[in-house]
Design a protein around this ligand. Structure first.
Ligand SMILES: Cc1cc2nc3c(=O)[nH]c(=O)nc-3n(C[C@H](O)[C@H](O)[C@H](O)COP(=O)(O)OP(=O)(O)OC[C@H]3O[C@@H](n4cnc5c(N)ncnc54)[C@H](O)[C@@H]3O)c2cc1C
Length: 495
């Protein structure tokens, strides 16, 4: 970066949303007064894995740098931070690769919740672009394991409408080791590192990696610049417009550090008050129900695939609906998960035998609900505090576990994780809504056009702006909303 250069737009966070916004605004936007190309800077906390994107082949050096084991990324602060992955491409580099373009009920839900005009019709071109660019599609039927076939047959016999789950992959060799928080060795997983970073660079976006934005600077109701650290040194960059895309945890964190947020949390450090920053969090209270079968459910050749899913109790808005997936029926549990499974013999040769062939007989149903009422917030350590004991969450998850148990029993399972254990260990994936968009400044942080209610030239777009988490899994919903946001930002600010 040239010192003291001023940018038309600085984007903080080069993740799923940030890279899409950088690429699309750079490609389609111009300076509104001069008509010239925009000067855009992207600041990203994590490293860049450079090299020509060749989906399905990857980059030989990178293939050697990473194993298909999640420890490379999880718990390693070089590549992870609270709420997601710290790498150019963000959580799209490490997500499970399975994801839904928003359902019609998602648009209805978002509109119902905060009044945003993100209708199915308005967002349709963005959704179509995401489907094409990320190559979102179902796995071929032949890739379903015998366990997945059995899940589908039994669920259909119980009256559920089972559909093919979709994934964002290209030239995938179905090694299946794309889940659990790590990079695809072959670049077959369609992360924004593959889909959008090359475009962003081609259109002149300057990308600074391994830099951490520490604080925004405000003058009245305008954001004037960002203080960030690079190699331990603090630096300042000034901008006419600032867009935050640090994810549903780190965007609120950055705003809080800048004095923007709830006064009850920030006290005398409050510069701009907004009650909703880091609050109104929404996610999927979720359970994994593991089961042991007397025979193998899968061939053991690979990890997971997209498989199948069904929705239950769907209504117009998807409120309190139930989502079931055969995740874990398709591929082997990775060794680190299998060895600690409740079904693994504790000691000796039996353990070895189980790890070698026995783990082909473990299956899993994943289920979650999409609460209408339950919400949460980030505490001062950025931990998510959520109403998992909300009566509707408990009622729905209990019902879902009953259904999953029935399916697994009919599939022939001989042991399952007890329901009581599961209800005490609810997982909370797909965090959204911590800076949610809405028409009422009292209950939201940005408006329907992604502009902060309280600061003229500050925009936010990442998982945090969704008024509610999506009914299915989240990544492609974030990508769709980011593609839509880029269209709106170009129309409003860079035409
Ligand atoms: C391990 C994992 C598995 C998942 N699996 C699935 C799945 O199978 N299917 C699915 O649909 N969804 C999945 N998700 C969820 C989905 O990937 C995320 O919800 C989505 O990608 C979030 O996008 P985002 O743009 O909000 O944030 P991110 O993609 O996380 O991007 C945020 C970026 O901001 C950067 N950043 C943060 N703070 C700063 C700062 N102060 N300065 C500079 N840069 C900063 C980060 O390094 C990161 O690159 C998964 C998520 C994770 C983490």
């Amino acid at each position: 970066m040239t010192q003291n250069q001023r940018y038309d737009l600085v984007i903080v966070g080069g993740g799923t949303a940030g890279c899409i916004l950088a690429a699309r605004i750079a490609a389609n936007g111009v300076h509104p007064e001069t008509g010239e190309k925009l000067r855009i800077l992207l600041l990203e906390a994590g490293p860049d894995f450079r090299g020509e994107a060749r989906p399905g082949y990857g980059i030989p050096l990178r293939r050697r740098a990473f194993t298909n084991v999640p420890q490379d990324f999880t718990g390693n602060p070089r590549y992870a931070m609270r709420g997601g992955s710290r790498i150019l491409g963000g959580s799209s580099v490490t997500f499970g690769g399975q994801s839904h373009i928003p359902f019609p009920a998602d648009y209805a839900n978002w509109n119902y919740t905060t009044g945003v005009d993100w209708t199915e019709e308005n967002v349709a071109p963005a959704a179509a672009e995401v489907r094409r660019v990320f190559n979102v599609h179902a796995d071929p039927e032949e890739s379903l394991s015998s366990g997945q076939m059995r899940f589908r047959t039994v669920s259909r016999s119980l009256g559920f409408d089972v559909q093919a789950y979709e994934g964002a992959k290209k030239n995938c060799i179905l090694c299946g080791f794309c889940g659990g928080g790590h990079m695809c060795k072959y670049d077959a997983k369609m992360s924004t590192l593959i889909t959008h970073v090359p475009d962003a660079e081609r259109h002149g976006v300057e990308i600074l990696t391994n830099v951490m934005a520490e604080r925004l600077l405000f003058q009245g109701t305008r954001a004037t610049g960002i203080l960030y650290t690079e190699d331990g040194e603090e630096r300042l960059v000034e901008a006419d417009n600032i867009l935050l895309s640090c994810g549903a945890v780190q965007t609120p964190a950055l705003l809080w550090k800048s004095g923007f947020g709830p006064r009850d949390l920030l006290g005398s450090k409050t510069v701009i008050e907004n009650l909703n920053v880091g609050r109104r969090a929404h996610c999927h209270p979720e359970n994994y129900i593991w089961a042991l079968f007397p025979e193998a459910l899968k061939d053991g050749d690979r990890g997971w695939n997209a498989g199948t899913y069904f929705l239950h109790r769907m209504n117009r808005y998807g409120h309190d609906s139930l989502f079931f997936q055969d995740s874990g029926m398709g591929g082997l549990a990775p060794p680190d998960q299998a060895i600690t499974s409740e079904f693994t013999p504790e000691f000796g040769r039996e353990t070895k035998e189980f790890m070698k062939v026995g783990r082909r007989s473990i299956g899993r149903v994943v289920l979650w609900t999409n609460p209408k009422e339950a919400e949460g917030y980030l505490d001062d350590q950025l931990r998510l505090i959520y109403e998992t004991d909300h009566p509707m969450v408990m009622r729905r998850l209990t019902e879902a576990l009953d259904i999953a148990e029935e399916i697994l029993q009919k599939m022939g399972a001989i042991r399952m994780t007890p329901k009581e254990t599961l209800l005490k260990s609810i997982r909370l994936p797909h965090l959204a809504s911590t800076c949610r968009a809405g028409t009422d400044p009292k209950t939201s942080v940005v408006d329907s056009r992604f502009r902060c209610h309280d600061v003229d030239n500050l925009f936010i777009c990442d998982a945090g702006v969704l008024p509610r988490t999506s009914i299915g899994s989240l990544a492609m919903a974030v990508a769709t909303v980011a593609t839509f946001a880029a269209q709106r930002m170009v129309a409003d600010n860079f035409s």
